[in-house]
Design a protein around this ligand. Structure first.
Ligand code: 6SG
Length: 226
């Protein structure tokens, strides 16, 4: 197990909307924590990371204390949360990244669930059928990405819903980064998604985070496939 504090190099008093303290406990991969880490970085938050190695995890004490027996675990002061998408929603509420009203919030939920479906397909391919299913997965990918492309093109603001990033945008952004590693040309026929990834990557705090060793040293997935 290793733990460290992640923050931009700005002094604390320059961090607005300071909440928390936040702690993420997870394995040493991007996996189910990629999106929340990018979101925290972009929102100017600092957080503590506790990285579990699998040997510690198999001892079972932490697992037994987790509501669903799985990580990530997220702590916001005394609030303890599991389920990565519930954590994203919580951060959406804390940092005004959950739409301007109930209708926008509902559409943000819808898009986050759409990203989750894509995440599950990606995870199944990576963890269960990488050698036999990768080529077919890449062939089918336009059918899945087209749906996000259509929503992004229709909204015209550069975000899925409303005119600033929501937690669904961070989740989509992170899953698209992973897909670009899988297939570097996968966004070539999706101009709105391509521009979305470029603009999100260029946001200063995201750029700093994606360039940090803390981020770069973590593999995307737990089995070394990407
Ligand atoms: C694994 O599935 O990283 N949590 C995982 N695995 C350990 O005992 N719906 C929730 C959510 O959204 C899903 C949680 C998720 O939060 S994430 C977990 O807790 C368990 O079940 C995928 C991931 N895998 C990498 C990894 C390294 C050590 C344990 C998991 C080596 C590779 C895979 C198993 C052993 Fe591994």
């Amino acid at each position: 197990m290793c733990s460290f504090l992640w923050s931009l190099s700005e002094p604390l008093h320059h961090l607005h909307h300071k909440m928390g303290p936040y702690t993420i406990t997870y394995f040493g991969v991007r996996g189910r924590c990629g999106a929340m880490r990018i979101m925290l970085a972009d929102q100017g938050q600092e957080w503590k990371e506790i990285l579990m190695d699998f040997a510690d995890w198999t001892k079972g004490d932490l697992k037994a204390s987790c509501v669903f027996g799985q990580l990530p675990k997220f702590e916001d002061g005394g609030l303890v949360l599991f389920q990565s998408n519930a954590i994203l929603r919580h951060l959406g509420r804390n940092h005004d990244a959950y739409g301007k009203d109930g209708k926008e919030a509902a559409r943000i939920d819808m898009m986050c669930d759409g990203v989750e479906d894509l995440r599950l397909k990606y995870g199944k391919m990576i963890y269960q059928e990488y050698d036999t299913g990768k080529d077919q997965y890449i062939k089918d990918l336009p059918n899945h990405l087209d749906k996000f492309e259509a929503v992004m093109a229709k909204n015209k603001t550069g975000f899925l819903v409303g005119d600033k990033p929501s937690f669904a945008d961070y989740s989509l952004f992170e899953v698209l980064l992973n897909h670009l590693v899988l297939c570097s040309s996968c966004l070539d026929t999706s101009p709105s998604l391509k521009s979305f990834v470029e603009k999100m990557s260029a946001r200063p705090k995201i750029k700093a985070f994606l360039g940090s060793d803390a981020y770069k040293k973590l593999p995307i997935n737990g089995n070394g496939k990407q």
